[in-house]
Design a protein around this ligand. Structure first.
Ligand code: ADP
Ligand code: MG
Length: 700
């Protein structure tokens, strides 16, 4: 369909080939549609200008209008700055620039009158604005008319070529006058629009750029955020819904002998209510004839492993094979040993496959996988993903890896004519809003209960100056027969420095804890797998009392006798990571402690992180806070997914809207699983991604 919005941007009046080049390069604006979706980040309300005299420290952002007076640069080198004065009839205000001085000097004309906008601060009792936004108060046509003028993101380069915020506004205005209602047809079902009291699409696009007043702007913004979130939810939801309604999955119809045997005679403890509940959810999925794709979220230590094992027994009972993948060799090995220990003498064939499995053994395992004699394969995911062909894989468990995306899961599916059920397990609690957005194609199970008898880990923050007391505490814990982790940060950018830091820390600790009274093992990323393994095992066997490491022990490692976790330079870790590390202790019946050691100088955000860690053990709360503090872009593994790149919506600030949208999307798909109802066709069409492919087409 040759619609006007797909026209190349150079054909817009006032653009032309040269400016089009710039718009493409600088802002990624290729078409009319791209320009339409280049949204203003604020509006200048020319009716709201503060007299300079009235500015007080209560104001945060202000807008004034006045004449630009003397500009001069003062200071040298790093303290060099450009200072100017803006004066209206009531007083004057200082403007300061530390960056881009030459450019600002070139762009601003003294004696002209400007709108000035920015955050005010007070310096020696006088108001000033650092790096203000400046807009020449034009004397042309619109004088006298009061309206909200959009301000667009632009770049220095564009501004210097006459395509600053104001010119972008002009172009957008030109575009909007060309567009008719039919060019921006409604895509949301009528019923949804009236229920949610939304502006029409056409009106929303107009009013987000050129609103009559702030109220309408808010409505327009809300409508377009709604649409943006709904489309993201529906894309994900459609994948899930198609799976629920149309996918084929192997049927685990019966709870068989192995499951019963294990449950009645080998289970070392009573399952928690949460464990029972999620098992029920899995069994329902796996018995339905549809493929299961589930994300199991359970805080560290909530007991995910046993749940995975029981599910794998279910697969075997129904004549299928199962595999379990972990992100590291240490973890894979630990799962392997843990599973074997739990199964004791039960007749189940379990093997371990990792990068260091010897060639002969590897060949044997691959053979057993394809001929079906292997029942459970445990390994690192790289290995299983790449090389193994199964006879009839019925269940794949993926541990500690929520980054395992749709594409990677699809690889597994290719391993059998009917795709195996997939269970992804993670101890990194993902805030609900994020989970339902980024992993919306998975069904979610949550284990929000720890096994009984666990005592909450007591967390404290100590400064470097208390090191000797902290070391004294380590000694007293060891004297009680406990074990201790001491973790050093690993910052990827300067691996060498980290390594030296770790080694210095190790030498220091050896001085505090001399042999043969104390034994220390150390694990870090530069060791070969064998060395890592040996050191890990020494700690697991309690041959050493102290484990010094970098974050390689972050996930999964289970040594219930360890009761103390010391995190060095704790200010360098993110919240989720601190929580993961802390989760290495508190796994047994003893009271456990976590000490966050830091230097004396701490930024505000670091202080906040440490405070939260000391205040709560709840991984979900911590994850929410993490999201608030860092924003979604930094949450592990979501950046690559590209699923959270919203133009308008913000999953932290728009949590409530997101929740509403999620419910509506769910309801819509319940009623119309493939969006084939005529009322939903235009909505479905807008789910197409840029290259014309639906994201789910590659899956089926
Ligand atoms: P995670 O969810 O972090 O992977 P694990 O599966 O490693 O947790 O379990 C943590 C510890 O809790 C293990 O030592 C495990 O044996 C124990 N555990 C798991 N479930 C229970 C339970 N229902 N009752 C008592 N202990 C349990
Ligand atoms: Mg685990």
């Amino acid at each position: 369909m040759a619609d006007i919005l797909s026209s190349p941007i150079e054909y817009l009046k006032g653009v032309g080939p040269q400016r089009a080049e710039l718009l493409k390069k600088e802002l990624g604006i290729y078409s009319f549609k791209d320009l339409l979706e280049h949204f203003p980040y604020r509006h200048i309300d020319k009716t709201k200008v503060s007299p300079i005299r009235d500015i007080s420290p209560q104001h945060e952002f202000i807008q004034v209008a006045g004449r630009l007076l003397a500009m001069e640069t003062i200071g040298e080198g790093r303290s060099k700055r450009l200072v100017a004065e803006i004066r209206d009839a009531t007083g004057s205000l200082e403007l300061v620039w530390f960056q881009g001085i030459a450019w600002v000097q070139k762009m601003l004309e003294p004696w002209q009158t400007y709108f000035v906008y920015g955050r005010v601060s007070f310096f020696q009792g006088r108001p000033q604005i650092t790096h203000p936004e400046m807009e020449l108060l034009s004397t042309d046509n619109n004088s006298g008319k009061s309206f909200l003028e959009p301000v667009y993101p632009s770049t220095e380069k564009l501004k210097s070529r006459g395509l600053g915020g104001r010119q972008l506004a002009k172009l957008t205005f030109t575009l909007l006058t060309m567009l008719r209602e039919k060019d921006l047809p409604e895509i949301l079902p009528d019923q949804m629009i009236s229920q949610m009291k939304l502006l029409s699409r056409y009106q929303a696009f107009h009013s987000i750029h050129f609103p009559a007043n702030m109220e309408i702007y808010e409505q327009a913004l809300n409508r377009l955020k709604f649409e943006e979130l709904l489309i993201a939810q529906l894309r994900m939801g459609l994948i899930r819904s198609q799976r629920h309604h149309f996918s084929k999955g192997v049927v685990f119809g019966q709870v068989g002998e192995l499951f019963h045997l294990f449950y009645s005679q080998y289970l070392p403890f009573e399952l928690t209510g949460a464990q029972k509940r999620v098992l029920k959810e899995f069994r329902k999925d796996m018995g339905s004839g549809r493929q299961m794709n589930r994300l199991l979220q359970g805080d560290v230590g909530s007991g995910k492993t046993i749940v995975a094992l029981l599910s794998m027994l279910l697969a075997i009972d129904n004549g299928f094979q199962a595999c379990m993948m972990a992100p590291t060799e240490i973890l894979a090995k630990q799962h392997f040993e843990g599973v074997r220990k739990l199964l004791k003498d039960m007749p189940v064939v379990v093997e371990l496959l990792t990068g260091s499995t010897k060639t002969k053994k590897r060949k044997e395992i691959l053979e057993m996988a394809i001929n079906g004699s292997l029942q459970i394969l445990i390994g690192t995911h790289a290995v299983i993903e790449e090389v193994v062909q199964f006879k009839n894989l019925g269940l794949a468990v993926i541990d500690e890896q929520h980054r395992f995306g749709v594409a990677q899961r699809a690889k597994l599916w290719n391993k059998a004519s009917i795709p195996p059920h997939v269970l992804v397990m993670t101890a990194t609690p993902i805030p609900r809003t994020l989970a339902m957005t980024a992993y919306g194609d998975l069904d979610l199970s949550i284990m929000d209960e720890l096994p009984p008898g666990r005592q909450p880990i007591q967390t404290v923050h100590r400064y470097e100056s208390s090191r000797s007391q902290v070391m004294g505490f380590v000694k007293s814990e060891i004297a009680k027969g406990r074990q201790v982790y001491i973790v050093f940060p690993l910052i990827e950018e300067s691996e060498k420095m980290d390594y030296e830091n770790l080694m210095r820390g190790y030498e220091n600790l050896k001085a505090w804890f001399p042999e043969p009274k104390y034994w220390i093992s150390m694990v870090h990323g530069k060791q070969t797998n064998e060395v890592k393994e040996v050191n890990m095992q020494r700690f697991v066997q309690h041959d050493t009392q102290i484990m010094v490491s970098t974050t390689v022990i972050e996930v999964g490692v289970d040594v219930p006798n360890a009761s103390l976790m010391i995190i060095e330079s704790a200010e360098k870790f993110g919240l989720s990571q601190l929580h993961q590390l802390r989760g290495r202790v508190g796994r047994g019946r003893e009271k456990s402690f976590c000490i966050l050691l830091t230097g004396s100088k701490l930024g505000a955000e670091a202080k906040e992180r440490l405070k939260i860690m000391c205040a709560t053990n709840d991984g979900f709360k911590i994850a929410e806070k993490d999201l608030d503090l860092r924003g979604p872009g930094d949450i592990q593994g979501t950046r690559q997914s590209g699923l959270l790149d919203f133009k308008l919506a913000n999953i932290v600030k728009d949590k409530a809207l997101l929740e509403t949208v999620r419910q509506l999307a769910g309801k819509l798909l319940d009623e119309d699983p493939d969006l084939s109802n005529p009322n939903h066709l235009s909505l479905k069409a807008s789910l197409q991604v840029k290259n014309g492919q639906t994201p789910w087409s590659k899956i089926s």
